[in-house]
Design a binder for this molecule. Structure first.
Ligand code: ATP
Length: 239
């Protein structure tokens, strides 16, 4: 069923307390694609991921993963169904080994059954983590910790992997390497939703992008279309 979106969000409204943050979001991700979510600080990107993850209950709208309704499920059920988020700020257990940090990702029953194989796949993707697997996560550089965060999310066997600013705080060379890794993850037939401040780099890699402003999608299109768009160039690339 290649025509069923990997993830579909329709007329999604969500927020904190009385305050609406998302005001009628529509997005749709084709299976196997990389989709970028772009927008200024406070536009609602993280709130969108938190709402899809089930951490915030939507006021209105529908979220479907591979055609199945996700909205209303508990966060751990949503991970089990296959929407897995690698959170902004990594949130590793610094006093645990790299291997243990990765295994934490495989807590759901579907993932636990295959965790040895998945661990080998993550080590293939990030060989440095295999070498260092017995060391505490605190011994890693920022870029390597980001690899652990992405690897941990992969351990949950996502169908859709969401990355919240994976390049945050990384040196440019590490950002390049991380983007290469993300492009390789795509070869696993996984769908990726990525929030990034590196707008140029992410749109060069992405199949499609959405621009969020004030909790609504104001622009969407293929990577090349968005990179050629005057409003996007002026607002997000300073061109
Ligand atoms: P950033 O790049 O800064 O993370 P963002 O696009 O991800 O930006 P959100 O973090 O989703 O934006 O924030 C959207 C709005 O929701 C902002 O106005 C923010 O102040 C508000 N907000 C975020 N988290 C909370 C919270 N826990 N409680 C109340 N308001 C919040």
């Amino acid at each position: 069923a290649r025509d069923v979106p990997a993830l579909e969000v329709k007329d999604l409204w969500s927020g904190y307390g009385e305050q609406d943050v998302l005001r009628g979001i529509d997005i749709s991700l084709k299976p196997g694609s990389i989709v970028a979510l772009i927008g200024a600080n406070g536009a609602g990107k993280s709130t969108l991921l938190r709402t899809i993850s089930g951490l915030i209950r939507p006021r209105r709208g529908e979220i479907r993963l591979g055609g199945e309704v996700l909205s209303g499920l508990a966060p751990h059920r949503i991970v089990e169904r296959g929407f897995v988020q690698s959170p902004e700020g990594k949130q590793l257990f610094l006093d645990m080994s790299i291997r243990e940090n990765l295994l934490v990702g495989a807590a759901n029953p579907r993932a636990r059954a295959r965790r040895q194989e998945t661990l080998e796949e993550v080590f293939d993707l990030f060989p440095i983590l295999k070498e260092r697997q017995a060391y505490n996560a605190s011994t890693l550089s920022g870029g390597q910790q980001q690899m652990v965060a992405v690897g941990r999310a992969l351990m949950a066997l996502p169908r859709v992997l969401a990355l919240d600013e994976p390049s945050l705080g990384l040196a440019p060379i590490m950002v390049d390497r991380l983007f290469e890794s993300i492009a390789r993850i795509r070869e696993r037939d996984l769908t990726i939703l990525i929030i990034e401040q590196n707008v140029f780099q992410v749109l060069e890699m992405a199949d499609y992008g959405y621009v969020l402003e004030n909790g609504a999608v104001t622009l969407s299109g293929t990577g090349p279309d968005l990179l050629a768009n005057d409003h996007l160039r002026a607002s997000y690339l300073g061109l």
